[in-house]
Design a protein around this ligand. Structure first.
Ligand SMILES: Nc1ncnc2c1ncn2[C@@H]1O[C@H](COP(=O)(O)OP(=O)(O)O)[C@@H](O)[C@H]1O
Ligand SMILES: [Mg+2]
Length: 222
Protein backbone atom coordinates (compact mmCIF):
# COMPACT_ATOMS: atom_id res chain seq x y z
CA UNK A 1 0.00 0.00 0.00
CA UNK A 2 1.41 3.40 -1.02
CA UNK A 3 0.94 6.03 1.65
CA UNK A 4 1.99 9.45 2.82
CA UNK A 5 1.89 9.46 6.61
CA UNK A 6 2.38 12.28 9.07
CA UNK A 7 2.86 11.24 12.70
CA UNK A 8 2.45 13.89 15.39
CA UNK A 9 3.83 16.58 13.11
CA UNK A 10 4.26 20.11 14.43
CA UNK A 11 5.67 23.11 12.60
CA UNK A 12 6.83 26.28 14.26
CA UNK A 13 7.84 29.31 12.21
CA UNK A 14 10.23 31.75 13.90
CA UNK A 15 9.89 29.77 17.15
CA UNK A 16 6.49 31.25 17.93
CA UNK A 17 3.99 30.77 15.05
CA UNK A 18 2.58 27.25 15.42
CA UNK A 19 1.41 26.48 11.87
CA UNK A 20 0.84 22.77 12.56
CA UNK A 21 0.00 21.43 15.99
CA UNK A 22 0.54 17.70 16.48
CA UNK A 23 -0.99 16.62 13.15
CA UNK A 24 -1.38 12.92 12.37
CA UNK A 25 -2.67 12.27 8.90
CA UNK A 26 -2.52 9.71 6.10
CA UNK A 27 -3.15 9.81 2.37
CA UNK A 28 -3.57 6.38 0.79
CA UNK A 29 -3.23 5.37 -2.84
CA UNK A 30 -6.46 5.64 -4.80
CA UNK A 31 -7.88 8.16 -2.36
CA UNK A 32 -8.89 11.80 -2.91
CA UNK A 33 -8.36 13.67 0.35
CA UNK A 34 -9.37 17.31 0.75
CA UNK A 35 -8.03 19.48 3.54
CA UNK A 36 -10.17 22.54 4.02
CA UNK A 37 -9.79 25.52 6.29
CA UNK A 38 -9.56 29.27 6.37
CA UNK A 39 -6.63 31.29 5.12
CA UNK A 40 -3.74 31.04 7.58
CA UNK A 41 -4.97 27.78 9.15
CA UNK A 42 -1.91 25.80 8.03
CA UNK A 43 -3.04 24.08 4.82
CA UNK A 44 -0.05 25.04 2.67
CA UNK A 45 2.33 24.16 5.48
CA UNK A 46 0.76 20.70 5.68
CA UNK A 47 1.06 20.18 1.92
CA UNK A 48 4.67 21.32 1.85
CA UNK A 49 5.67 19.00 4.67
CA UNK A 50 3.72 16.07 3.18
CA UNK A 51 5.43 16.84 -0.15
CA UNK A 52 8.95 17.03 1.32
CA UNK A 53 9.26 20.67 0.28
CA UNK A 54 9.72 21.70 3.91
CA UNK A 55 10.70 19.95 7.11
CA UNK A 56 8.75 19.74 10.36
CA UNK A 57 9.87 20.96 13.78
CA UNK A 58 8.83 17.71 15.46
CA UNK A 59 7.13 14.48 14.44
CA UNK A 60 7.73 12.12 11.53
CA UNK A 61 6.84 11.93 7.84
CA UNK A 62 6.81 8.59 6.03
CA UNK A 63 6.53 8.15 2.27
CA UNK A 64 5.58 4.60 1.27
CA UNK A 65 6.67 3.46 4.71
CA UNK A 66 10.06 5.15 4.66
CA UNK A 67 10.96 7.67 7.37
CA UNK A 68 12.13 10.73 5.46
CA UNK A 69 13.93 12.39 8.41
CA UNK A 70 16.74 9.85 7.94
CA UNK A 71 17.33 10.73 4.29
CA UNK A 72 19.80 13.18 2.79
CA UNK A 73 18.92 15.98 0.33
CA UNK A 74 19.64 13.96 -2.80
CA UNK A 75 17.49 11.05 -1.71
CA UNK A 76 14.66 13.45 -0.80
CA UNK A 77 14.88 15.06 -4.25
CA UNK A 78 14.80 11.59 -5.79
CA UNK A 79 11.63 10.64 -3.87
CA UNK A 80 10.00 13.95 -4.83
CA UNK A 81 10.81 13.42 -8.49
CA UNK A 82 9.62 9.81 -8.70
CA UNK A 83 6.83 9.68 -6.14
CA UNK A 84 5.22 13.13 -5.90
CA UNK A 85 3.64 15.53 -8.38
CA UNK A 86 2.68 19.10 -7.50
CA UNK A 87 -0.02 21.48 -8.69
CA UNK A 88 -0.14 25.09 -7.51
CA UNK A 89 -2.67 27.92 -7.58
CA UNK A 90 -0.78 30.00 -10.13
CA UNK A 91 0.13 27.04 -12.39
CA UNK A 92 3.90 27.79 -12.41
CA UNK A 93 4.28 26.95 -16.10
CA UNK A 94 7.40 28.18 -17.87
CA UNK A 95 6.15 30.90 -20.23
CA UNK A 96 9.04 30.33 -22.66
CA UNK A 97 8.15 26.68 -23.22
CA UNK A 98 5.28 25.16 -25.18
CA UNK A 99 2.76 22.94 -23.39
CA UNK A 100 4.49 19.68 -24.28
CA UNK A 101 7.89 21.14 -23.36
CA UNK A 102 6.58 22.17 -19.96
CA UNK A 103 5.35 18.63 -19.43
CA UNK A 104 8.75 17.26 -20.44
CA UNK A 105 10.66 19.33 -17.86
CA UNK A 106 10.26 16.84 -14.97
CA UNK A 107 11.25 14.01 -17.35
CA UNK A 108 14.57 15.68 -18.12
CA UNK A 109 15.79 15.07 -14.58
CA UNK A 110 14.55 11.49 -14.59
CA UNK A 111 17.02 9.13 -16.26
CA UNK A 112 14.30 6.59 -16.97
CA UNK A 113 13.59 8.21 -20.33
CA UNK A 114 15.92 7.15 -23.15
CA UNK A 115 15.65 10.18 -25.40
CA UNK A 116 13.65 13.25 -26.30
CA UNK A 117 11.35 11.32 -28.63
CA UNK A 118 10.31 9.06 -25.77
CA UNK A 119 9.65 12.09 -23.56
CA UNK A 120 7.59 13.77 -26.24
CA UNK A 121 5.51 10.63 -26.71
CA UNK A 122 4.79 10.54 -22.98
CA UNK A 123 3.88 14.27 -23.06
CA UNK A 124 1.47 13.59 -25.94
CA UNK A 125 -0.25 10.84 -23.95
CA UNK A 126 -0.57 13.12 -20.94
CA UNK A 127 -2.02 16.09 -22.83
CA UNK A 128 -4.58 13.73 -24.27
CA UNK A 129 -5.67 12.52 -20.83
CA UNK A 130 -6.30 16.12 -19.74
CA UNK A 131 -8.06 17.00 -23.02
CA UNK A 132 -5.43 19.41 -24.32
CA UNK A 133 -4.14 17.70 -27.46
CA UNK A 134 -5.21 20.69 -29.58
CA UNK A 135 -3.04 22.98 -27.42
CA UNK A 136 0.12 20.88 -27.29
CA UNK A 137 2.19 23.32 -29.38
CA UNK A 138 0.86 26.46 -27.69
CA UNK A 139 2.56 28.66 -25.14
CA UNK A 140 0.97 29.12 -21.69
CA UNK A 141 -0.01 32.73 -22.50
CA UNK A 142 -2.20 31.39 -25.32
CA UNK A 143 -4.20 29.19 -22.95
CA UNK A 144 -7.09 29.94 -20.60
CA UNK A 145 -6.50 29.56 -16.87
CA UNK A 146 -8.32 26.23 -16.82
CA UNK A 147 -6.21 24.97 -19.73
CA UNK A 148 -3.01 26.12 -18.01
CA UNK A 149 -3.97 24.22 -14.88
CA UNK A 150 -4.74 21.09 -16.92
CA UNK A 151 -1.28 21.42 -18.49
CA UNK A 152 0.15 21.70 -14.96
CA UNK A 153 -1.70 18.53 -13.94
CA UNK A 154 -0.25 16.73 -16.97
CA UNK A 155 3.21 17.96 -15.95
CA UNK A 156 2.65 16.74 -12.38
CA UNK A 157 1.99 13.29 -13.88
CA UNK A 158 5.12 13.31 -16.06
CA UNK A 159 7.13 10.83 -13.99
CA UNK A 160 4.09 8.74 -13.07
CA UNK A 161 4.10 9.64 -9.36
CA UNK A 162 2.18 7.78 -6.64
CA UNK A 163 0.71 11.01 -5.28
CA UNK A 164 -0.51 14.35 -6.60
CA UNK A 165 -0.46 17.25 -4.14
CA UNK A 166 -2.42 20.34 -5.08
CA UNK A 167 -2.42 23.66 -3.19
CA UNK A 168 -5.52 25.76 -4.00
CA UNK A 169 -5.56 24.38 -7.57
CA UNK A 170 -8.72 26.31 -8.43
CA UNK A 171 -7.76 29.57 -6.71
CA UNK A 172 -7.38 31.44 -10.01
CA UNK A 173 -10.27 29.82 -11.88
CA UNK A 174 -13.97 30.45 -12.49
CA UNK A 175 -16.54 27.93 -11.26
CA UNK A 176 -16.85 26.05 -14.57
CA UNK A 177 -13.11 25.51 -14.75
CA UNK A 178 -12.78 24.64 -11.08
CA UNK A 179 -15.19 21.72 -11.61
CA UNK A 180 -13.10 20.55 -14.58
CA UNK A 181 -9.94 20.62 -12.49
CA UNK A 182 -11.50 18.69 -9.61
CA UNK A 183 -12.80 16.18 -12.18
CA UNK A 184 -9.27 15.70 -13.56
CA UNK A 185 -7.92 15.17 -10.05
CA UNK A 186 -10.75 12.74 -9.30
CA UNK A 187 -9.86 10.76 -12.43
CA UNK A 188 -6.31 10.46 -11.11
CA UNK A 189 -7.46 9.08 -7.77
CA UNK A 190 -9.80 6.67 -9.59
CA UNK A 191 -6.76 5.47 -11.56
CA UNK A 192 -4.96 4.64 -8.30
CA UNK A 193 -3.04 7.81 -7.45
CA UNK A 194 -3.31 9.31 -4.00
CA UNK A 195 -4.59 12.87 -4.34
CA UNK A 196 -4.23 15.53 -1.65
CA UNK A 197 -5.96 18.84 -2.29
CA UNK A 198 -5.71 21.69 0.22
CA UNK A 199 -8.26 24.38 -0.51
CA UNK A 200 -10.82 26.68 0.97
CA UNK A 201 -13.08 26.00 -2.05
CA UNK A 202 -16.16 24.09 -0.90
CA UNK A 203 -16.69 22.69 -4.42
CA UNK A 204 -13.96 20.14 -3.63
CA UNK A 205 -16.34 18.44 -1.18
CA UNK A 206 -18.30 16.93 -4.07
CA UNK A 207 -15.20 15.10 -5.28
CA UNK A 208 -13.26 14.09 -2.17
CA UNK A 209 -13.45 10.64 -0.61
CA UNK A 210 -12.39 12.12 2.70
CA UNK A 211 -12.54 15.67 4.03
CA UNK A 212 -10.35 16.99 6.82
CA UNK A 213 -10.68 20.38 8.44
CA UNK A 214 -7.69 22.49 9.46
CA UNK A 215 -8.19 25.12 12.13
CA UNK A 216 -5.34 27.03 13.73
CA UNK A 217 -2.90 24.24 12.88
CA UNK A 218 -5.09 21.47 14.28
CA UNK A 219 -6.42 18.88 11.82
CA UNK A 220 -9.68 17.00 12.35
CA UNK A 221 -11.48 14.46 10.19
CA UNK A 222 -14.90 15.63 9.10
N1 LIG B 1 7.56 31.03 5.87
C1 LIG B 1 6.80 31.42 6.92
N2 LIG B 1 7.35 32.14 7.93
C2 LIG B 1 6.59 32.51 8.99
N3 LIG B 1 5.30 32.21 9.14
C3 LIG B 1 4.70 31.51 8.16
C4 LIG B 1 5.43 31.06 7.01
N4 LIG B 1 4.57 30.38 6.21
C5 LIG B 1 3.38 30.38 6.84
N5 LIG B 1 3.46 31.05 8.01
C6 LIG B 1 2.35 31.22 8.99
O1 LIG B 1 1.87 29.94 9.32
C7 LIG B 1 0.45 29.94 9.40
C8 LIG B 1 -0.11 28.95 8.42
O2 LIG B 1 0.15 29.40 7.10
P1 LIG B 1 -0.25 28.56 5.79
O3 LIG B 1 0.20 27.15 5.97
O4 LIG B 1 0.28 29.30 4.63
O5 LIG B 1 -1.85 28.63 5.85
P2 LIG B 1 -2.94 28.46 4.69
O6 LIG B 1 -2.31 27.77 3.54
O7 LIG B 1 -4.05 27.67 5.33
O8 LIG B 1 -3.41 29.84 4.33
C9 LIG B 1 0.02 31.37 9.17
O9 LIG B 1 -0.10 32.00 10.44
C10 LIG B 1 1.16 31.96 8.40
O10 LIG B 1 1.27 33.34 8.61
MG1 LIG C 1 -2.17 28.31 1.54
Amino acid sequence: MKTIELKNVSKLYNKDVCALNNVSFTVNQGEFVAVMGQSGSGKSTLLQIAGLLDSCTSGEVLINGEYVSELDKNKLADIRMKTLGFVFQSFHLNSHLKVYENIMVPMLINNEFKNRAEMKKRAEELVETVGLSHRIDHYPSELSGGEQQRAAIARAMANDPDFILADEPTGNLDSKNEIMIFEELKKLSDSGKGVLVVSHNEAVMDFADRICIMKDGVLSEN
